[in-house]
Design a protein around this ligand. Structure first.
Ligand SMILES: C[C@H](O)[C@H](O)[C@@H](O)C(=O)CO
Ligand SMILES: [Mn+2]
Length: 422
């Protein structure tokens, strides 16, 4: 157990050190407490869901690893989520996919989903006092097996997926009404070509028309916000993806949906952190899928690396917390899945706190005066300022295990619960 005296003493020291720079650590902790991270359900079961868990994961995304203990039912997944949330400070949200419906033994196809299939999730979320977000699932289905959904040349298939997305928005609206927190319903489609297409325009035109039809019914943004997620390429769609960044940026600028940017969905030399300030002058709100691509869109658990820190800074420095919805998107089946959630979500929070402990206004002044030497010297120094003492205190105050102490709970849960799932 982390020593309480050590936590309190080091916090006091850190508080004084930051105060020298005019940084109020208590304000930073209050600011952090207001941020809700949307934790994704699909880390808990390798994106299998409960519609057809034996089915194959398609859409050009992949989980690798066979660590024991994957959740096999909604109840198991909720128990795992309870365990994860108990090790993360703050009140957060859960991001659900349509395939996480509860269909009471009956097959419910994607064009038939209704709010009632998610009522247990809503009851659970009410009990926990958390919000829910939603995603239609346009993969892992026979009607998506050829890699096309909303852009499909066959109108019947397109209509099937349009109906699925329409119903998904109504489920988002239901979440918003029931839980008193706006749900974000995010559309991601895998549609694309392995090799160079002749017609690049046709699928994009069909996608625009499909989105227009999906969003034709106005839903009060108090309850549901639509989001559209772009991608550069996927496995099997290396040459062309219809829903590219430019496509959805244009769509979001002309229409209501908010833009979703996933950290793994760009060329490896491009970073989402640098895109936030570029789109914010034009868009009211955005959604992020914070992920970690390693050589490809591999969806590794996010670590406290430079890009995660830069994303946090780009949210915090301009004060965009109310305009940027922070969602996580990673799925690693090679490690304890509850730990994956806890490590990734704690890292997102750490990065945000670290950014909140920066004397941004002073650094901006230096920049405006052209003193780039001080800017560089200080931004480097602040990297090793005692933010960790503040983070530890924040966890301690929230009654959440401090530092690696949370691992004890992970191992106990693994032994008592996860290891029994054979
Ligand atoms: C399961 C998610 O919807 C999926 O990861 C999507 O958000 C994505 O990023 C696909 O590459
Ligand atoms: Mn994503």
């Amino acid at each position: 157990m982390f020593n309480e005296k050590y936590i309190e003493d080091s916090y006091k020291l850190a508080k004084d050190i930051y105060a020298e720079w005019g940084v109020d650590v208590e304000n930073a902790m209050d600011r952090l407490a207001k941020i809700s991270i949307s934790m994704h359900c699909w880390q808990g079961d390798d994106v299998k869901g409960f519609e057809n868990p034996e089915g194959e994961l398609t859409g050009g995304i992949q989980t690798t690893g066979n660590y024991p203990g994957r959740a096999r039912t909604a109840e198991e997944l909720r128990n795992d989520l309870d365990q994860a949330f108990s090790l993360i400070p703050g009140k957060h949200k859960l991001n659900l996919h349509a395939i996480y419906l509860e269909n009471e033994g009956e097959f419910v196809d994607r064009d038939e989903i209704e709010p009632k299939h998610f009522k247990n999730w809503v009851e659970w979320a009410k009990e926990k006092g958390i919000g829910l977000d939603f995603n239609p699932t346009l993969f892992s289905h026979e009607k998506a097996d050829d890699g096309f959904t909303l852009t499909h040349p066959d109108k019947e298939i397109r209509d099937f997926w349009i109906e699925h997305c329409k119903r998904s928005r109504k489920i988002g609206e239901y979440f918003g009404k029931e839980l008193g927190q706006t749900a974000v319903t995010n559309i991601w489609i895998p549609d694309g070509f392995k090799d160079n297409p002749v017609d690049r325009f046709g699928p994009r035109k069909r996608l625009k028309e499909a989105l227009d039809e999906i969003t034709a019914e106005k839903i009060d943004p108090k309850y549901n916000l639509d989001a559209v997620e772009s991608k550069l390429f996927g496995i099997g769609s290396e040459s062309y993806v219809a829903g590219s960044h430019e496509f959805y940026l244009g769509y979001a600028m002309q229409n209501d949906p908010i833009l979703c940017m996933d950290a793994g969905h760009y060329h490896p030399t491009e970073v989402v952190s640098n895109k936030i300030s570029a789109v914010m002058p034009f868009l009211d709100e955005i959604l992020l899928h914070v992920s970690r691509p390693v050589r490809w869109d591999s969806d590794h658990v996010i670590i406290l690396d430079d890009e995660l820190q830069a994303i946090a800074e780009e949210i915090v420095r301009p004060g965009f917390e109310d305009r940027v919805h922070i969602g996580l998107d990673f799925f690693d089946a090679s490690i304890n899945r509850v730990a994956a959630w806890v490590i990734g979500t704690r890292n997102m929070l750490k990065a945000l706190l670290k950014a909140m402990l920066e004397p941004t206004e002073k650094l901006k002044e230096m920049e405006l005066e052209g003193d780039y030497t001080s800017r560089l010297a200080l931004t480097e120094e602040f990297k090793t300022y005692p933010w960790q003492a503040v983070w530890n205190y924040y966890c301690y105050q929230n009654d959440i295990p401090v530092s690696n102490d949370y691992l004890d709970q992970i191992w106990k849960y693994e032994e008592k619960t996860l290891n029994n799932r054979v």
